[in-house]
Structures are given as C-alpha cells and as structure tokens.
Design a protein around this ligand. Structure first.
Ligand code: FES
Ligand SMILES: [Fe+2]
Length: 464
C-alpha cells in the first residue's frame, strides 16, 4: 500500500510535551539550520515477513547486495594514528584490513594472504611491512609486494602480480569508510545530507573516550532497530520517562539513489506524553539535571528556583559541560545542549549530533550467521580546551551474555539503558523465528518510519 505522507500523524503532543517544532520555537539561542531541516516520509511497506531476520538465504542476499556494495563506516582515524598502523574491519563473513598508508592516507585491502589465505591483520597491528606469519610473504603498507620467500617455487604466482587486492576507502571528518565494490561511486554521495548537517560539527576534533563492542544474539537489523525509534522508552526504560519526550520524538528521512540518512530527535527536559496527567515539567527539568551531573559537581536547591523549564535545563547543562571540557557553550542552542539527536547512515552507522548524547554506534552481521551481530558503541567527546587529542580509549569487548552495568564500562546512565535494550533484542530474534511463520510483523507509520525505510531500501537493493 502506498502511504500518503499527509495522512501520517507526526507524534503525540500535549501542553507540557509539545511537538518538536514548538519546542524549537522557544529556544533561547539561534537554532542550528540542521535542526530546522525536514526530510520526507514517502515510502512503502506496511508489513514484513519474519524471515527477513533469520533466513540464511536472505542474509546471503544482504551480503551480496548490501554489504558488498555499499559505503560503510569501518573505523576512526584515531584508532590507527601512525603511518603503518592497521585495523581489521570484519562484516558479514568478510574481513578487510585498513592501513594508515602515508600521512593522512588510508587504504583498505582484503585481509587475506595471497599465498594460502591466512589473515594478515587480526584486530590491530603496526609496522612498515605487512608480513604473513605463516611463511613470511610480505607487503609494503601501500599494498605492493615487497618480499616473496620461496619465489622460485611459484612460477604461477609471480611477485609483480601479487599486490594486495584493494577496495575503495575514503575518509570524512576523522571517520574511515570502505566499500568492497571496486566500481563504487564516491563516498560523498552516500553521505547524503550528513556533509551539510555536520559541516561545522568538527567531528574530526572529537575523540573516543569510551569504546565498547558487544556480541549480540540477534540479526543485525533487530539490534539496530531497537535504536531506530524512541517510542519504546516508556515501556523499556521507565526510569527515563519523567524527563524524555518519547512519543513526541521528531523523525526525518532523506533518501535518494545513493544515500539513506535518517534522524530521530528525542527532546529532553520534557516529560513523556505517555505519562498523561502525571507529566510534570518541573520534575522533568530536575531529573534531567540530576542525570547529567557527574560526581563532584554540586547541584542547586531546586525547591528555591521559581522557573524550572527547558531554558533553565539548557543553561545548567552548559555549565556542567563547560566544567567538564573547559569549552564555551554560551552560544549553543538549548536543543543542542539537551536533546538526543541521532543520525543514521545506511547501512550500519549512527553518528549522534550535539552535546545532549555524544554517542556513536556501528552494527555488523557477525560472520554469516543471521542470528548474530556486533553492536559497537562509543562516547565521542569534544577535544579538551588545550587542543591536545587524548589517545582513543582501548576497546572493551563484551561477550553475548556480558552486561554493560556489571562490567561498569563507563557510559553512566546509558549502561542501564543498553542493558535494558539488550533485554529485548535476543527475545525479538527468538520470537521472530519461533512464532507463527505466516503472521507478518508490523511497523508504525510514524514512530517506526525509519525501520520501514531501512527494510524498503534493503528490499530494493536485494531486488525482492
Ligand atoms: S599463507 Fe601467508 S605466507 Fe603462506
Ligand atoms: Fe532503548
């Protein structure tokens, strides 16, 4: 069924939790143009088959038409800061090695020796030569072969034909992307509106303060979809209901032949419209302030403050963030200080925007198993006032059953939030697989418009 975009109700509004445009109209600072940009909702699809999440056949289609054919976020430049550093990017049963090949130049190669196929980079390595540990065939960091032990025995495989197979690799603002398709178009086309919206965001001046990679027992889409809508907040994260507008989240999608970018903006320092009569604006501001105050910073006596509104909350957050970073946020809008502005670039990357929640997600199918994936989360903080880049945090690896909270990974309140999300995700996968198979699954028109758009694009690419 073709949806009429005009027929879609765009969120729930109440007097204390208005729609996002009404909140923006009351901002005490100039609102960034990115927050005023609006996408479209013209897409198709009302119900999807459950097999999208577990069919090995469909996973193969995705591997061939999505993962082998699209630009995808693979790593941050700060993870391989020196020439000669390299890092593995593994996705959907394929492995690539990204190499810092010359100052500011990054290259990506299939991560496999041309002799008998051994992996050349396991996780991370460095050095001015790439030497296979099995029999010692060796490459320069630009991928040209430098040494072929036993070359007399390989008349069929001669050194001049043994450069490492390269795949397109490009960077944008400190982020490295690859595309396994050697005929790929430019990265800039796949970035779509991101280049405009993040033009002055100084992504390259941010650093990874926390980095956690977790194995998840679900299809990559199930894990990702848990983060593509804010509507589950009231049921799944009830502790955040008093100070986050979930069902008044603003959703936008920008899509063309080369790119699908979508965005959700969940306002903070307003109560959830789902609270109905119990919604309380003062409580929303107080809870938000408590949530963002790190240990060691004194909180005011809120009972003595007459007006507690979003403007107060934003000013409070400016103070806390300046105390933490030494940077000046006096001109930054209330919206940027408070709200959860989450962008998504098809197929696997979520760069968040603003100071409200400086998160950064990446998802990958784990091997070729449609029932498993990787969720990778970072905190990407602005550089300290002295301008010196701290080293990127060491990655913490969590296994399938490891919890964020029990491992105290350091995302603060988000540790609990991620555990709550992971409490649903494997159950969604199991239920999709084990439920009545001819019963389709439904997405909401507005709250789940980004999920619809994701599936519609995958279906188009896979031609199903
Ligand atoms: S497999 Fe790499 S040198 Fe033999
Ligand atoms: Fe969640």
């Amino acid at each position: 069924m073709k949806l009429d975009p005009k027929s879609i109700i765009q969120g729930v509004a109440t007097a204390v939790s208005p729609l996002y445009d009404d909140l923006l109209a009351k901002d005490t600072r100039t609102v960034h143009p990115a927050l005023l940009a609006r996408g479209s909702f013209a897409f198709e699809g009302d119900a999807i088959p459950r097999s999208r999440y577990f069919s090995a056949e469909f996973a193969k289609l995705e591997r061939d038409h999505v993962w082998k054919k699209t630009w995808q976020f693979a790593a941050r430049e700060e993870e391989i800061p020196e020439v000669g550093d390299r890092i593995e990017y593994a996705v959907a049963g394929m492995s690539f090695m990204i190499v810092h090949a010359a100052p500011g130049t990054f290259k990506a190669f299939w991560n496999s020796c041309l002799h008998r196929g051994r992996k050349l980079c396991e996780n991370w390595s460095t050095g001015d030569q790439i030497k296979c540990p099995f029999h010692g065939w060796t490459w320069n960091i630009d991928g040209t072969m430098s040494k072929q032990p036993g070359d007399w025995d390989f008349p069929q495989a001669q050194k001049e034909h043994l450069d490492l197979p390269e795949v397109p690799c490009d960077t944008w603002c400190g982020n490295i992307f690859i595309n396994p398709d050697t005929g790929a178009g430019p990265l800039s086309a796949a970035l779509g509106v991101l280049t405009e919206h993040f033009a002055d965001y100084e992504f390259d001046k941010r650093w990874t303060a926390i980095h956690v990679r977790k194995k998840v027992r679900s299809n990559w889409k199930v894990a990702m979809e848990a983060f593509l809508e804010g509507w589950h907040l009231s049921e799944t994260h009830p502790q955040a209901q008093s100070f986050n507008g979930d069902s008044n989240t603003l959703y936008d999608i920008w899509e063309d032949e080369h790119a699908q970018i979508s965005r959700s903006i969940t306002p903070s320092a307003v109560p959830s419209p789902e609270l109905g009569e119990a919604a309380d604006t003062r409580a929303a501001v107080i809870e938000m302030c408590k949530a963002v105050t790190p240990p060691g910073i004194d909180m005011p006596d809120f009972a003595q403050i007459e007006t507690l509104d979003r403007a107060f909350a934003a000013e409070y957050r400016r103070g806390v963030t300046t105390a933490m970073t030494g940077r000046d946020f006096s001109a930054t809008s209330d919206a940027e200080m408070l709200d959860a502005v989450q962008y998504y670039m098809f197929p696997n990357w979520f760069p968040w925007w603003g100071e409200g929640a400086p998160l950064f997600y990446q998802y990958m199918p784990l091997g070729e198993n449609p029932d498993e994936c990787i969720m990778d989360i970072r905190f990407l903080l602005p550089m300290p006032a002295n301008g010196e880049r701290p080293p990127a945090a060491q990655r913490i690896d969590l296994d399938f059953d490891d919890s964020y909270q029990a491992n105290n990974v350091g995302f603060g309140l988000f540790d609990e939030v991620f555990d709550q999300d992971m409490g649903n995700v494997p159950g969604v996968q199991q239920g999709a697989r084990e439920g009545k198979q001819d019963q389709p699954l439904y997405f909401g028109r507005y709250q789940e418009c980004r999920l619809r758009a994701l599936h519609a694009r995958i279906d188009r690419l896979c031609a199903v």
